[in-house]
Design a binder for this molecule. Structure first.
Ligand SMILES: Nc1ncnc2c1ncn2[C@@H]1O[C@H](COP(=O)(O)OP(=O)(O)OP(=O)(O)O)[C@@H](O)[C@H]1O
Length: 275
């Protein structure tokens, strides 16, 4: 079922699952490259991120995930290549792009003396200044309830646990109807229970958004992603759904169970392992 012409643009054709045809491309990277001095951190990256999908950038330390995310958010420009966000070139339309974008950086950037609710009100009013006070308060209330932060809404952020702070950073990225949400290692440094609830928050909010997250946790990528782009030394090594990647590159045992027909009155165990 593979269309060979589809792959001609990629360096590693067999490692890329055919792209979904029925989804809107939220973010598109065309030949994106980043040099730090003479060192190439991201090397000719061609990749699409789709609306309604969570796409993970997975890879070991130094693979180029944070550099890619920094270029996506316009923190710095690419040395070569183009990034389109809903059809707008990030180089020429950064202001428009940023209006539709929410970002959760690798390290929480929060004000310890403001409360949880004050953070959301502050970022909400910057992001959607045309909203009425009532609209903003309703959105903040919905977000607080959605993320389980409602009972902590009057707490100063300095007193919150690491997991709560992470959830707040993700909520800030989501508030104001961000169509593109970029999450750099969203669950790093939090306990397993908080990780699960962070995953729930991300999954619940993927409708009508293009979510891009970076992680080096295989389990996180597998649980959350519709598509995984595996980066290594700045290059795209493979890309596809977790199922596709496991089918294509998976190791391990295959167990086939075949049901044997049992005659009437026969006293035989109905299943036999063939393989
Ligand atoms: N400001 C910088 N100056 C020079 N080299 C850099 C800079 N930032 C990153 N690099 C190098 O670029 C490469 C990619 O780094 P990057 O931080 O993007 O990787 P990463 O996949 O996000 O890693 P991690 O999982 O550790 O965050 C690495 O080799 C890193 O040493």
């Amino acid at each position: 079922h593979r269309d060979p012409h589809h792959y001609t643009q990629y360096m590693f054709p067999s490692n890329i699952e055919p792209e979904p045809k029925d989804l809107t491309v939220g973010v598109a990277l065309h030949g994106v490259t980043k040099f730090y001095g003479s060192k190439v951190a991201v090397d000719n990256l061609n990749l699409n991120f789709y609306e309604g999908h969570i796409t993970s950038l997975l890879g070991p330390n130094g693979a180029g995930k944070t550099t890619t995310i920094s270029m996506l958010t316009g923190l710095f420009g690419a040395s070569a290549g183009t990034i389109f966000v809903y059809g707008k070139d990030i180089k020429t339309d950064l202001n428009t792009v940023r209006k539709n974008m929410g970002v959760c950086m690798q390290h929480d950037v929060l004000f310890s003396y403001l409360t949880t609710k004050e953070h959301l009100l502050l970022y909400g009013s910057i992001k959607v200044p045309h909203w009425t006070k009532k609209q903003l308060h309703e959105e903040v209330k919905r977000t607080l309830k959605d993320t389980g932060l409602y009972s902590h809404r009057h707490k100063r952020v300095g007193t919150l646990s690491g997991g709560m702070k992470r959830k707040l950073s993700i909520s800030i990225a989501l508030i104001g109807g961000s169509r593109v949400v970029i999450l750099d290692e969203p669950s790093t440094g939090v306990d397993p229970c908080s990780r699960r609830s962070i995953w729930d928050v991300i999954c619940k909010n993927k409708t009508a958004r293009t979510i891009i997250l970076s992680t080096h946790h295989l389990d996180e990528a597998e649980v959350l992603s519709d598509r995984i782009a595996f980066l290594e030394q700045g290059g795209l090594r493979c890309c596809g759904s977790p199922f596709y990647l496991k089918e294509t590159f998976g190791d391990g045992y295959h167990l086939t169970l075949t049901k044997k027909k049992v005659g009437r009155g026969e006293n035989i165990h109905p299943y036999r392992v063939i393989n």
